[in-house]
Design a protein around this ligand. Sequence first.
Ligand code: CMX
Length: 436
Amino acid sequence: MDPVKQKLKEVGSKRAEQLKRLVAEHGNDVIQEVTLEQVISGMKGIVALLTDTSSLDPEEGIRFRDYSIPELRQHLPKLKDDGEPLPEGLFYLMLLGEIPDRATVDFISRDWARRAADIPGHAFDVINALPKSAHPMIQFNTAILAMSTQSHFRKAYMEGMDKKDYWDPMYEGVNDLISRLPVIAAYIYRRVFHNEKYIDMDPSLDWAGNLAHMMGYDSEEIKRLMRLYMVLHADHEGGNVSAHTTHLVGTALSNPYYSFAAGMNGLAGPLHGMANQEVMVWLEQLIAEIGDNPTKEQIREYAENTLKQGRVIPGYGHAVLRKTDPRFTEQLNFANKYIPEAPLIKLVRNIYEVVPDVLRSTGKVKNPWPNVDAISGSLLTSYGITEHPIYTVLFGVSRSLGVLSSLIWDRIYGQPLERPSSKSLEWYMKKVGFKQ
Ligand code: CMX
């Protein structure tokens, strides 16, 4: 058995037992009271999910299994000392709760390269059947669904596998799927933006380095950026739309391809992952209207106009965070280090000085600070990856690491069908004694 799976088996059986005991001994304990506003405002702040891979503090930001992003950069294995952590190591950390050594990370890289060589041909056929004008997220999600014909999980279920063993085919399917996403993403990118001039995978490269390579970028700097990008977007606790959807669909014992495709459909919304493309549209309009070197006053006016039109300023605000997103800060640090003079990065810095005040002045925005999407597209564009519609696909490739390692844990824990109650407006009015 592969060493990662072997270890997961040991850790998993202990934790599953702990969860069983916890519920048996404390199942009736009250853990939280819930207000009407919380329910109606999209269940914000209601603790209702079990996710081990990462946790999100409103003030501090994301921690992956208790490691902040700077700590990840310090401890996770890298190819070179001054490079970025390998996302394979983050996957292991999220799955097993400990930092892997370099040999384990290399094992995962090689295992994924091996698995990626086996994508069914019809995954490419369905992409080719779509018009090139179809948004890359449509092509990405369609290919993910098409690959579900190879689902180990579905096969094992149909063969009558004991449910306590479901985690095993889920582990296999998840690793297959993660390994193949860079190939699919790069195929879509080359199809739509580079005249179908495809580039083969280089099985000697790491997962993120290969993605850059297959997209047509072989410089060490872009590979480093891709590793950073893949680490930063990997997970954001369990309640965000892509993570929650993947989990929810998985509770119906849908296979990992169905579950992840559902999550990716959520990521494609402009208030979630698609915000990275929206930011670039917003910036391009700003540059078209005002020029590429706008003053802070001009940025302020442009931002105020966006609000007057009843639109959101993309890349700003967050449902949980109440400070600048550390994923924004990490990308800004990267840009300040390697490309401090890039015009788009200067613009991002100026916007950061102006937009929080504009949003604060509305009196309703709970978090006026930038999120991960406020800079990611500008960084990619500054490195020559200028085709904005691919950005959400890149986000999706990264997000697979977190939501799919959680999906394996869902099966280890034997998480049941998710089925909250819904009530009518009349029910809520009666419940709180509302006088009409
Ligand atoms: N621009 C304008 N208005 C904003 C805003 C922004 N960036 N962020 C919040 N608001 C508004 C909301 O639309 C809401 O208005 P109404 O009361 O009129 O409906 C009000 O402020 C209160 O919202 P909130 O509680 O602060 O924020 P939510 O939790 O409802 O929404 C989010 C969070 C991210 C959807 C929102 O901040 C937003 O739309 N931001 C822009 C889109 C974006 O960048 N999304 C990416 C998030 C990160 C990711 O998932 O990738």
